[in-house]
Design a protein around this ligand. Structure first.
Ligand code: ZN
Length: 434
């Protein structure tokens, strides 16, 4: 399909259409195949008539995403609305029903019924790679903020958690709770990691209705070429996502009237934008704010966003989120790591946090993270549960540590590749008694 689009040779596009027309027949001929599914099944999924795990038993997330990218390319080449509807309908269902809090998805790379999901199960980089490509396609078609928000969710959390701190490699498997597999030989996931890391800059900026747009905040600079306007350089000065203020330097080649689009994330409780010394104005979270005026070289926009703490919880397990960052408890980032001879004397499942998920700001105290880590760190009280009576005699077992109160530290999950070891995104908790 891409070859047909690049060369303008219609034979390649025809070939793509003929392949798609054969899909249902091929899948029926090979009942053992489960990497993707027939086109009719895809249409049913997009229309809400089938569940993801009913597309094919143990359907392979990454390959299913790739098949959707093929259908997307077919729409781009032919303009047939049905193809676009199938892709957008599938993306919306995956985002609403199958993406984790951290942006990763699938269990051992399979979309399966929910009873098989467990936070210890493997999460791979590959399906995130093709998921981000799908989101970028949806963003290009629709210009809707929610697709940029999903790219941000994955990049700032699960995707970066899989990467080693020096950028040299990716873990094949990075579960939500457990430990990431140490990278060794070349594999599909470290290849996918490099491809998304290489593309990361293109997800920060874009043109929306032809106008310069900031999609994701982070220290960066880009020169955009909006059609019919002089080039516009945008530079972000910020410590986002650790802090919620962004200074945007707007540098058109010459003074020009154009609308500047800024994405205001839905997690901010309040955002204000201020152009130069003008009065700051409120911007609505969850959408783009558009500022149309004559922009001159040297203009500055100040965006300030609150990054409130929130919890995703059931009656005994929670994850802590601050702005776009999902936090984790890393055993090796605690003051007392309890490590002897390369082994551990304490695991994250031994720890119970004292947090009220309805009022997380009461139990969590922000403090700077160490220099090499993304922060802030969050201090929280908790207990380390008494050990099981593991020795043969009760006298020996009585000398094991009993329940102990501790002050513990949580850090953004994205630090995984710098800290390593045992961690949990979803921690046991109890509400503190007043
Ligand atoms: Zn892989």
């Amino acid at each position: 399909m891409l070859l047909g689009q690049r060369t303008g040779d219609a034979r390649y596009i025809e070939w793509g259409k003929r392949v798609l027309a054969k899909w249902d027949e091929w899948w029926a001929t090979h009942p053992e195949a489960n990497h993707s599914c027939g086109y009719t099944a895809m249409k049913q999924f997009a229309a809400g008539e089938k569940q993801a795990y009913e597309l094919r038993e143990n359907i392979h997330a990454h390959t299913f995403h790739m098949a959707l990218l093929g259908v997307a390319a077919l729409y781009n080449a032919t303009g047939k609305a049905e193809y676009r509807d199938v892709v957008l309908g599938s993306i919306d269902r995956l985002a609403d029903e199958w993406v984790f809090l951290t942006g990763g998805m699938s269990s051992t790379e399979r979309y399966v019924p929910r009873r098989f999901y467990h936070p210890r199960n493997d999460v791979e980089v590959c399906p995130q790679h093709t998921w981000i490509l799908l989101l970028a396609q949806a963003l290009e078609w629709t210009g809707e903020a929610r697709y940029a928000a999903e790219i941000e969710r994955d990049l700032f959390n699960h995707f970066l958690a899989a990467q080693l701190a020096d950028g040299s490699n990716w873990s094949y498997f990075t579960p939500l709770n457990g430990s990431a597999q140490p990278p060794s030989s070349p594999n599909c996931c470290n290849a996918a990691g490099h491809r998304i890391a290489g593309r990361m800059p293109v997800y920060l900026y874009g043109l929306r209705d032809g106008a310069p747009t900031i999609l994701i905040y982070t220290e960066s600079e880009a020169t955009l070429h909006p059609p019919g306007l002089p080039p516009v350089t945008l530079r972000q000065e910020t410590r986002f996502p650790s802090e919620g203020t962004v200074t945007i330097h707007v540098q058109p080649e010459s003074p020009t009237v154009f609308p500047l689009h800024l994405r205001i994330p839905s997690y901010t409780a309040g955002a204000k934008v201020q152009v130069g010394d003008n009065e700051p104005i409120s911007a609505k979270p969850g959408d783009f704010t558009v500022m149309e005026r004559e922009w001159k070289p040297g203009d500055v926009v100040r965006l300030s966003m609150s990054l409130p703490l929130r919890c995703q919880a059931n009656d005994h397990v929670l994850a802590v989120v601050r702005g776009p960052l999902v936090y984790a408890y890393f055993q090796d980032a605690q003051e007392d790591r309890v490590v002897f001879h390369g082994r551990r004397g304490l695991y994250p499942e031994d720890v119970v946090l004292h947090i009220d998920p309805d009022r997380p700001e009461e139990g969590l105290k922000e403090e700077p993270a160490s220099d090499e880590l993304l922060g802030p760190a969050l201090r929280v009280k908790g207990v380390i549960r008494a050990r099981a009576p593991i020795f043969a005699t009760s006298r020996a077992s009585s000398e094991l540590p009993g329940q102990q109160e501790q002050t513990l530290s949580l850090l953004p999950f994205a630090n995984q590749g710098a800290i390593r070891g045992e961690y949990r995104v979803f921690m046991e908790y109890i509400r503190p008694t007043p």
